[in-house]
Structure formats: C-alpha cells, structure tokens
Write a protein that binds this ligand. Structure first.
Ligand code: TRP
Ligand code: SF4
Length: 400
C-alpha cells in the first residue's frame, strides 16, 4: 500500500568506530541502493539518558553525520535528518501516549537493563520510560516497513508493531466502515471488484495466504483509488479496520561482528575501538599493541589463534589462504605476532583511507553537512506531515 521504506536511527555518541561500520553502516549503504531509506540522528533519545549534561549532543550529532557520509551513506540516495528538527515526531509521541498502557513500557526488557547498567544516573523519569514509545513514533511516522537494527533493539520494533496494531484497532474503525469498504470495492470496476471479493472470502474463510497476497497486489495496482479507500480496503481485507499505521519488521544485520582490540565488543567506553577517523599511525599503533594469545610469551612459543583477538580480525579481513597462513604460522611458531598483524593493519588502512578522505571534505566545509541535513529534514517533514494528517483525521482532530 505504501512504498517499502527503510528507516533507522542512531544515538549521537560521537565519533564512530569500525564496530559501527561493520555492524550497521555497511548495511545502511547496501540498503540505500535497494529501498527509499531514511537515516536519522536520534538526539532526543540521547537526552533520555544524558539530560543532565546535554552539552555534547549537538557536536556529537554533526560528527556522527560526517562519519555516516565518510562510510559511504549517500545523501543522494538516502534521506538523512535529525530527529529534533522534525517536531512531528513529538506530536505523534504525545497523541499515541494517550493509548499506551504503562505496563507495555515497564515490560520492555531494555528498561530495567539500562537502568541497572547506567546506575550512576537517575533514570526513573517519564522520558526514559517513554524511550521505546519515542522510538516507535520515529518508525510509525514514516510508515517504515523495515527497520535495520541490532539484536538488542528487536523488543523496540516488536513494541512498535503492537502500537501500530492498537492504533489501527482503535481508530481504524470509523462509523459505517463496512459500507464504506464495500463502496470502495465497487470503485475498482465490476470485474476487479468481483475478483477482490472472492479473494477476500478465500482468505477470511479458508485462511488462504496466497489469496490475501493476490488481493493485496490487486490493491497495490489501484493507484486511482483515493488513499482513504485503499487504507480501508487493506484493513477490510484482513477483517480489521483501516490500516493507518504500518507494522514494521526488524531487519537483523547478519554482517560479521567486529570485536574490539581486546576481543570484547568494540566500544568507545571500553577503550578498545578503532575510530573511523583515526590517523594511520594511530591505527597501526593500536593494532601493533593489541594483546595476543597470552600463552605466546616468546617468539618461539607456539600459539592458538582461537585464544587471540587478532584472529578475530583475520576472520573479517583475510581470505582463506591468509587464514591458513596464520593458523599454520601461529601454531608452529613459524611467524611472529607482528608478522601476523601486518596484513590486518594493511587491510584496515585500506578500508579507512577513502573514509578519511571523504570526511576531510566535510570537515573542510561544514556547510555541506548542514545543507545535507537541512534538505533531509525538509523531505522527512513532508513525509511525517502526511502521516500526521491521517492520524489527526483518524483521531477526530482535523478541525476542517
Ligand atoms: N534506540 C536505537 C539505538 O539505541 C536508536 C533509535 C532511535 C532507533 N529511534 C530509532 C533505531 C528508530 C531504529 C529506528 O540504537
Ligand atoms: Fe595471535 Fe597471530 Fe600471534 Fe597467533 S601469531 S597469537 S594469531 S597474533
């Protein structure tokens, strides 16, 4: 019914590192060529935890956008924007907060987890409880179908699906829905109307998923049908009310996990990260001083790659031949650890060099970045405005 949009956001945590690149950004770059994509800076989400010291949020946001661009996110393909510059998100958040049961929010696993993890801050706030609510509005307001996220965010996408369902259930049931739906079918012309009704019956009575799919395709083709009618029919087809908001799916990233320099998850706060804009000397030094298999004290001691974080990097960066070379050389003490690290250093340098160059263009001329975000915000606001118009109407607030 709506175009298949992809949406994802990131909290502005400052300079991004290779973990972000391999875990998220590479995926974003791939998707931008396949779908209309919206990528945004979740600066309000940063404030849910950093409200006492928001000083860094803006700088971190600009830095993060530069890193996106450096990594190959292309503003000519994807729409890049900043959450707080599209205030429609807040309006939807407010309206939908009316119908969100408290229990739903308290049950989201990240709520208690994060409170425990960030125990130095007072997170028993209204805003923090609303974190998943705010996230769901980011998604729903663009009627996004796919949300590329990591495993930890899946509960938030699930929450979003429930919220969309509840909204459609509460407000998609307008007076005279059945009659309006039937009148809408007639507008398709008698032949298609008959086919549509038949497919609908087959789905509702026999549960034929294939019939549902065909009926949906048929509706997709009815570009002349007014949007309200199509929303109605998509809902009626499945025996529900109008589908005003779209239930999204999480798109799990299957890309390789890139561990940090110590083998733990790469994270700025653990001090084990290679940042996208690290200087070449810094990169080389970080990898040269990486810990290796602790049993390999002397050059003549054989080692075990499975106990060595450098091996994890070979898994990402090396072909089979080089991996064989590492395994053989390590276990027979045929190569030293510095020999082993050199190809990784070269591969990371080759990966980062074009990023550094692109980043420099934007650092030299910050207005380029400002313009990209201004354009993206305009586009986002337009899309968000369309949804808000339908939402206001469904909730009886159109005042026209
Ligand atoms: N909560 C997400 C994170 O921490 C960021 C985020 C905010 C987001 N809004 C979103 C991700 C909407 C996807 C879609 O990573
Ligand atoms: Fe690790 Fe390579 Fe040294 Fe083996 S040779 S311990 S895999 S760095």
């Amino acid at each position: 019914m709506y175009e298949t949009r992809v949406l994802s956001g990131m909290r502005p945590t400052g300079a991004l590192h290779l973990g972000h690149y391999h875990g998220v950004l590479k995926n974003w770059v791939r998707l931008q060529a396949e779908y209309p994509c919206l990528y945004f800076v979740a600066d309000w989400h940063a404030l849910t935890t950093d409200y006492e010291a928001p000083g860094q949020v803006q700088k971190n946001s600009w830095d993060m956008v530069i890193d996106w661009l450096a990594a190959g996110v292309d503003p000519n393909q994807a729409t890049l924007f900043v959450q707080s510059l599209v205030p429609e998100h807040a309006e939807l958040h407010l309206l939908l907060s009316m119908m969100t049961p408290l229990g739903w929010l308290e049950r989201v696993p990240t709520y208690k987890d994060q409170q425990e993890k960030l125990s130095d801050r007072d997170l028993s706030t209204y805003g923090f409880l609303g974190y998943p609510l705010l996230q769901s509005r980011d998604i729903l307001i663009y009627r996004a179908k796919y949300v590329p996220v990591g495993e930890d965010q899946v509960p938030h996408v699930e929450f979003t699906r429930e919220a969309a369902r509840r909204f459609n259930h509460l407000y998609g049931r307008e007076a005279g829905f059945e009659d309006k739906a039937k009148a809408a079918v007639k507008k398709m012309g008698s032949k298609k109307a008959r086919l549509f009704n038949e497919l609908r019956t087959r789905f509702l009575e026999q549960g034929e998923v294939e019939a549902l799919q065909r009926a949906q395709d048929l509706l997709d083709e009815q570009q002349n049908l007014p949007r309200g009618d199509r929303e109605r029919l998509f809902g009626w087809l499945e025996g529900s009310g109008k589908k005003i908001l779209v239930e999204p799916d999480a798109l799990l990233t299957d890309s390789a996990r890139l561990p940090g320099l110590d083998g733990q998850k790469m994270s700025k706060s653990y001090g084990n990260a290679i940042e996208l804009r690290d200087e070449p000397e810094t990169v080389a030094k970080k990898i040269r001083t990486m810990p290796t298999d602790p049993a390999r004290v002397k050059r003549s001691d054989p080692g075990n790659p499975d106990l060595c974080p450098v091996w994890q990097l070979h898994l990402v960066y090396s072909d089979q031949e080089r991996k064989d070379w590492v395994r053989r050389g390590c276990t027979t003490a045929g190569i030293g650890c510095l020999d082993c690290k050199q190809p990784v250093i070269d591969a990371v340098q080759a990966e980062l060099a074009p990023m550094r160059e692109r980043a420099q263009t934007y650092l030299d001329d910050p207005t380029l970045v400002k313009n990209i975000i201004a354009d993206g915000c305009d586009r986002a606001r337009k899309l968000a405005g369309e949804t808000m118009r339908d939402v206001r109407e469904a909730m009886g607030l159109s005042y026209s």
